[in-house]
Design a protein around this ligand. Sequence first.
Ligand code: PRP
Length: 187
Amino acid sequence: MSDADRGAVSARAAGRLVPLYSEEEIRRRVASLAAAIRADVGGAEPVLVGILKGAFVFLADLIRALDMPLRVDFVRVASYGERAESAGRVAITKDVELDLAEQDVVVVEDILDSGLTARVLLDHLAHRHPRSLRLCALVDKRERRRVAVEADYVGFVLDRGFIVGYGIDYAERYRHLAAIYTLEGAV
Ligand code: PRP
């Protein structure tokens, strides 16, 4: 943990932060995901669609690693009910603003958990008639998957654990941390 990270969380940590993915590991994985996306879209100008809020840090680094002509849009998805249950429902509260018809679209998700958010969003965006529609998840957490969804690009596979940092929150905290940590004892 960097000094800045340690200082920021020590006073109000609700649990214990255990380092999981370092800044350097994340940087390497983001570079590799960018290379894979660039290879797949060829010379086309893709549209990267970030899912608010959690994906904003990842998306910011990913587009700079892509270092190619592209466009960015955002969606916001609200969940209701118990997200770990298949009965959980999600609603799109902020839709894309760009026209996705005939575009190469990459949905950017910080963490793929139950899969519900990504599934609903992919089905929704498919109706915009993109030329291609792919999913990029920084962390693929399989432990609680409830809905059939596979990311085309995966940064890290995580079996279990509650993670924070690099855009990912616990009760809206910890998004600013530069690395990713497991939060133990608070959830
Ligand atoms: C988190 C995360 C993903 C979603 C994944 O968002 O950012 O978007 O959950 O969960 P799922 O696969 O079970 O649907 P959250 O609802 O916590 O909102 P946030 O991004 O604003 O933190």
